[in-house]
Design a protein around this ligand. Structure first.
Ligand code: ZN
Ligand code: ZN
Length: 272
């Protein structure tokens, strides 16, 4: 059974619940090691339609304090992380964000191509040509590989989130070996940087209705012996540990029996 959830949010970004409520939900779902990975602050100009930048920036000290209080109250059960936005042009901003607190681990996520937050609005993708989609996929994997090679992060979050609103076209793109080579380059970079690959149930709740990453990518990761983590990406109590039975059989089908976690950036593993 999966007992670790390393990707979760709170009401300090655009989530619904407090750290204490999220942790309490985890305890009712058999999660014995709970990772908080609130969103990172973002520079001006990287905007979502429903923006929460000011709210998040203002409350980062509260986030840190409340997670630390839970760590004291429940020793060995709570990890303090950050889901960090990778933006190609913002390396020094990112460096400042990840060193602001002593995080146990950092998720690296690409949600922006240039300044476009591509995962917010399906309408952005509705009228794109196959060529335009292909350009976005290429851009995404180039940026993802840069994120990995930065050496800043422990875990690559939702590795194929770029499929979020165009899953069929994404899989057709992956079927061309030249394209998949771009994905494989990212996986090789993960291996070289001793990073883990996240298996996330969040995609099941999105338009693509699929686990991140897809079977083709997970098979290639397994061939490289890349370690995995499990994630719900919960933004509300009802999604903590969501669909973990499905994630467990998915990972086991590829031969995985252990997942990893990080305390003070040091990795540990646990059977599931
Ligand atoms: Zn994310
Ligand atoms: Zn997230």
């Amino acid at each position: 059974m999966i007992t670790i959830d390393l990707h979760t949010h709170t009401h300090y970004s655009h989530g619904a619940n407090s750290p204490a409520d999220m942790f309490a939900a985890a305890q009712t779902k058999g999660i014995t090691l709970y990772g908080f990975s609130e969103h990172s602050p973002r520079p001006l100009g990287y905007d979502y339609p429903k923006e929460y930048r000011e709210h998040l920036t203002q409350h980062m000290p509260d986030y840190a304090r409340e997670v630390h209080d839970l760590q004291k109250q429940y020793p060995g059960q709570v990890l303090f992380g950050l889901e960090t936005d990778w933006m190609d042009a913002e390396e020094s901003f990112i460096r400042t964000a990840i060193t602001a607190y002593p995080y146990d681990y950092l998720l690296g996520s690409v949600h922006f191509l240039g300044t476009w937050g591509f995962d917010a609005d399906p309408a952005d993708w509705a009228n794109l040509s196959d060529e335009a989609c292909a350009q976005h996929y290429s851009h995404y994997f180039t940026s993802l590989t840069r994120m990995i090679r930065s050496g800043f992060f422990q875990i690559a979050a939702h590795l194929d989130i770029i499929k979020i609103f165009s899953a069929e076209r994404f899989h057709a793109w992956c079927n061309h070996s030249d394209n998949f080579e771009m994905v494989r380059t990212g996986l090789l970079a993960l291996k070289e940087n001793n990073m883990a690959l996240e298996i996330s149930s969040a995609g099941i709740r999105k338009l693509c209705k699929e686990i991140y990453p897809c079977p083709r990518i997970l098979a290639a990761a397994r061939d490289l012996n890349i370690p995995i983590t499990f994630a719900s990406d919960a933004h509300a109590t009802q999604d903590v540990g969501r669909d973990f039975a499905r994630l467990e059989s998915y990972a086991k089908a590829f031969g995985y029996t252990q997942s990893v976690w990080y305390a003070d950036k040091q990795w540990h593993s646990r059977s599931f």
